[in-house]
Design a binder for this molecule. Structure first.
Ligand SMILES: [Fe+2]
Ligand SMILES: [Fe+2]
Length: 204
């Protein structure tokens, strides 16, 4: 069954936020993941048949990546120039998170003989479900610590993306059954990512 990691996140995120160096890396990690999402959406676009919603989605994920990166200057003097391993948290678990999700969902669809093109919808759905869990927790902790950073605008857009993906899934034969498997796959990867983040915090 789909497990919630809300409690673990609530415990972990304050320790990042209270340490400026860790908080900067956390924002850079989120920025990296948002940019991975933007790049994936762009790479899935058909050159001529791409719809307005998909253009919007790619543009908004790019904006999230830039926005999060741009907030780092409020916390530390030097913004990491890139997403190299020493500038993010979670190491390779962060770097490979979306690629692995893509690969495993594609493998699952292949095993069923289903159209590999629907992987994009299932993967995006799983990511948006996770974003819907993670951003409100981060937002609450930012508020509790009177941080000058807010992620409200990101959360509002992620909610719209999730609704768009749900509409797409409804049009796929047995869409929600397939989506449930994508959530199970994502859940395992998220669990490994969370463990890597917890190790990063312990290493401080
Ligand atoms: Fe996003
Ligand atoms: Fe999104």
């Amino acid at each position: 069954m789909f497990t919630s990691y809300k409690a673990e996140l609530r415990k972990l995120l304050p320790s990042f936020i209270h340490n400026p160096q860790l908080h900067a890396k956390w924002l850079n990690t989120l920025s990296f993941l948002e940019n991975c999402g933007a790049r994936k959406i762009a790479s899935c676009q058909h050159p001529t048949k791409v719809k307005k919603t998909m253009l919007k989605h790619a543009a908004e994920e790019s904006r999230h990546a830039f926005y999060l990166k741009d907030q780092i200057k409020r916390i530390v003097e030097v913004t990491p120039p890139d997403y190299s391993l020493d500038s993010i948290l979670g190491g390779t678990a962060s770097l490979q998170y979306l690629n692995k999700l893509d690969l495993l969902v594609a493998k699952y669809l292949k095993s069923l003989g289903r159209d590999p093109h629907i992987a994009y919808i299932l993967v995006t759905y799983a990511i948006e479900k996770r974003a819907e869990e993670l951003y409100p927790i981060y937002m609450d902790i930012l508020k509790e610590t009177s941080s000058s950073i807010t992620v409200k605008s990101i959360l509002l857009e992620e909610e719209e993306h999730l609704a768009e993906m749900e509409e797409e899934i409804e049009q796929i034969f047995e869409g929600y059954q397939l989506a449930q498997e994508a959530l199970i796959i994502e859940n395992k990867l998220f669990s490994a990512w969370l463990l890597a983040l917890q190790n990063a915090e312990k290493a401080q």
